[in-house]
Design a protein around this ligand. Structure first.
Ligand code: MLT
Length: 278
């Protein structure tokens, strides 16, 4: 896993799969019902390191870098990387792997992609696990800020974004007690091309408000949210829960926006309980 969140027991065996827009780098572990893990912005697959050992015993884990991120390759970076296109890439990935359907577990931007996966690739979806994510779109101020950040990254590189995001993603306790996580995050962001970062920022800025879809979500759904998440807050995620029929919701203590990485014990037990219940 290089400079990323390291776990000596996580063997670094990368599979490469070509799809229309490029080539996925992914890792696969275990056997059983498939779980597809989709990282947030501006991260890569290594953020799921703490899910591997507890879940691989009973499930097949498919953990890719989204095209353009980590070690995956995007052949031509568009001006905007839309959530819909990222979902289509993943649909192709499952097809190429010969996996008819999977449980989709996404964090934040990975969750924005998850809503699109449900909407456009429903036959490939078994369940949704949505971590620290949002259903509403950006407001105008948010869109302006994304555009400003995209231009800054294109002009000055990714240093400023890596310093700011690596702090914003985590709870106070994590920042104080696990500086190595903050540093790994900074390194992951620094390893991502400014062009891809800008395209993803612009793609997130135009993502639709999916609130009106929530009542139609017809797959078992689990929501997880770090109690100190300032990007997708506990209250905002509770609103999502009230709209999705039968959705489960766990608030993760001692965690910010990166709840499965910051408090894997609680996050993994919520995921395992959900998977064994539905
Ligand atoms: C993420 O973690 O994917 C991002 O913070 C999402 C966002 O910026 O809206």
């Amino acid at each position: 896993m290089g400079v990323r969140y390291s776990n000596e027991r996580w063997k670094d065996v990368v599979t490469r799969v070509s799809v229309s827009r490029g080539e996925f780098a992914l890792e696969r572990f275990g056997s059983g019902p498939p779980l597809l893990f989709v990282h947030g912005f501006p991260l890569d697959r290594s953020m799921w390191v703490s899910q591997v050992e507890p879940l691989r015993a009973s499930y097949e884990l498919i953990i890719p870098d989204l095209l353009g991120f980590g070690e995956s390759r995007l052949t031509d970076c568009p001006e905007r990387l839309t959530m819909e296109d990222l979902a289509a890439d993943l649909s192709e990935l499952l097809e190429a792997l010969g996996i008819p359907s999977a449980t989709f577990c996404g964090l934040s931007m990975g969750g924005y992609v998850g809503w699109q996966f449900w909407r456009h690739h429903r036959t490939q979806l078994e369940r949704l696990i949505m971590c620290d994510t949002r259903a509403i779109a950006d407001d105008e101020a948010g869109q302006r800020q994304r555009e400003l950040t995209a231009r800054t990254v294109l002009r000055q590189g990714n240093m400023g974004l890596s310093d700011a995001m690596s702090q914003k993603l985590f709870a106070n306790k994590t920042r104080a007690s696990r500086p190595e996580l903050i540093e790994s995050t900074r390194q992951v962001i620094r390893g991502t091309s400014p062009e891809v970062l800008a395209a993803a920022l612009r793609g997130m800025a135009v993502r639709p408000d999916v609130t009106s879809w929530l009542e139609e979500v017809d797959v078992p759904t689990l929501l997880l949210c770090g109690v100190e998440d300032t990007i997708s807050t506990v209250d905002e995620m509770r609103q999502i829960q009230t709209r999705i029929p039968g959705a489960y919701y766990t608030v993760i203590e001692d965690a910010g926006h990166m709840s499965p990485l910051e408090n894997p014990r609680v996050a993994n037990s919520a995921i395992l309980e959900f998977l064994s219940t539905v």
